[in-house]
Design a protein around this ligand. Sequence first.
Ligand code: MG
Length: 376
Amino acid sequence: MTVAAIIVAAGRGTRAGGDLPKQWQLLAGRPVIAHTFAAMRRHCEHICVVLHPDDLDRWEALALRADTVVVGGQTRDASVRAGLEALRTRAPELVLIHDAARPLVSDRIISDVIAALATHAGAAPAIAVNDSLWSGANGKVTGAVDRDGLFRAQTPQGFHYRAILDAHTQLSEPATDDVAVARLAGLEVAIIEGDEKNLKITTKGDLSRINKLLEHDMDVRCGNGYDVHRFGEGDHVWLCGVKIPHGRGLQGHSDADVGMHAITDAIYGALGMGDIGQHFPPSDPQWKGAQSHIFLRHAVQLAADNGFKISNIDCTLVCEHPKVGPHQATMKAAIAAITGINAARISVKATTSERLGFTGREEGIAAIATTTLVSS
Ligand code: MG
């Protein structure tokens, strides 16, 4: 089941204060849209971001990998339609349409919407209204409104792609949201339980409220990686990005940098997103002899796309030879350059195995790595 997301971010709303539209204001040091992107990335194979033309440079500067970037229209409807049209060649089975200004959408809501689409044409989160509802005029209450059966709508609103594309194409009157568009086309939309935290930033107060919620929501992940490569013919080894002359080489499909592989797997591990073999299959000839920084850069980008920054890396190389000590600082600098984190947060150390086992007999080198990722 292919699931695409359309993140609608083309509006100019500045009621949240400041000179920037709300989706570009900073939340915990990153623009709101970066948090929203990370939340959707965890669940959707394909992400389409709909931007205002003035924001294309801002998006570029974020260095997040959207699969499709399109310019939106004058109205929200037009922007959603631009996103849906841009997905035509991709033709996903399901599409989730989400406001960039709802950065705290939970994993639970997104999976519930996707799950409901197995049995419904559409599904969207909402919260039942608990407060009394009044009508009023001139500062006075003029009546009470029955709140029974009333809901506050949220996003992401999920649909079968073809059905919502057709509904938007045939739309002849303005609609408040995509659920309204779907209903005008006769589609049935299931209500998923929403979440008070999934609020839409509208005013300055919303931004500071979300900032407070984020403080309590910090996500800290730990991952480990382990790798072994055997010795063979050669006159050098690559260890943590440094080429070290040696009487033998390490064998492997890539450059066999056992340290960098362990670090890369630790990052994938912390993200819960597979391992090197899954992202770069040894059966694929394009990775033969590949330099391992390609793998590490991919893992670092994946972490950023998912809203994490790497807090620290600790790697231990297990070998009798070559001696690692003289190269430690260069290795730290190499890993720092690839990952973009400060060398002071990187540790590369080495141990022998007291001549025991395969590393002790110098049949190969092992590496173990640990990393901590923090939601950013
Ligand atoms: Mg390896």
